[in-house]
Design a protein around this ligand. Sequence first.
Ligand code: GRF
Length: 202
Amino acid sequence: LKLGVLISGSGTNLQAIIDRIADGTLNASVELVVSSRPSAKGLQRAEKAGIQTLTLSKDVYADPLAADEVIAFELLKHQVDYVVMAGYMRMVHAPLLQLFKNRVVNIHPALLPSFQGAHGIQDAYDRGVKVTGVTVHFANEVYDQGPIIAQETVRIEEGMSVDELEANIHAVEHVLYPQVVDLLSAGRVHVDEDNRVQILPE
Ligand code: GRF
């Protein structure tokens, strides 16, 4: 399974995917990493792993559709099967989503549909919920509302700081995301007509 990974920041989820590919537990290859920020630390992770990178900064590609177009061109050029959004802080729009229908995945640091948006960890913490978690879903035209592929819970224990919660969320992400990508690779993720996901047996 050939992947294109979209990042904007530290790229720890990208790293988790790179590491699982390297140790043979994830059957895939990262063909291209696209960043919306030149300073994204994930770009260094990609380069270290010998992966081609492309940076489309907001200053140069202010028009989001133009950015998407370049991304689509590059993904096709690299014959990418799936697009993995890993901390990508821009929207992906209809033309690119249609080109990769049910082949763009995203990871969200809360249990969707709760705590959508850019601050899922902090928002859950501030609300005082006792259980939050991680969601991996397909991206569609409605932000944070695509078909849910997998979820994992994370408890917010008494007296836990938001930093501790964040560390626990990330630890779960780094296990869950490569697992889901491996399910995709095995062709075991089926989206039905009602936009619900079934994981097919092995
Ligand atoms: C993760 O928490 C992910 O859920 C959210 O952005 C963060 C990306 O972290 N969408 P990283 O760049 O993979 O380290």
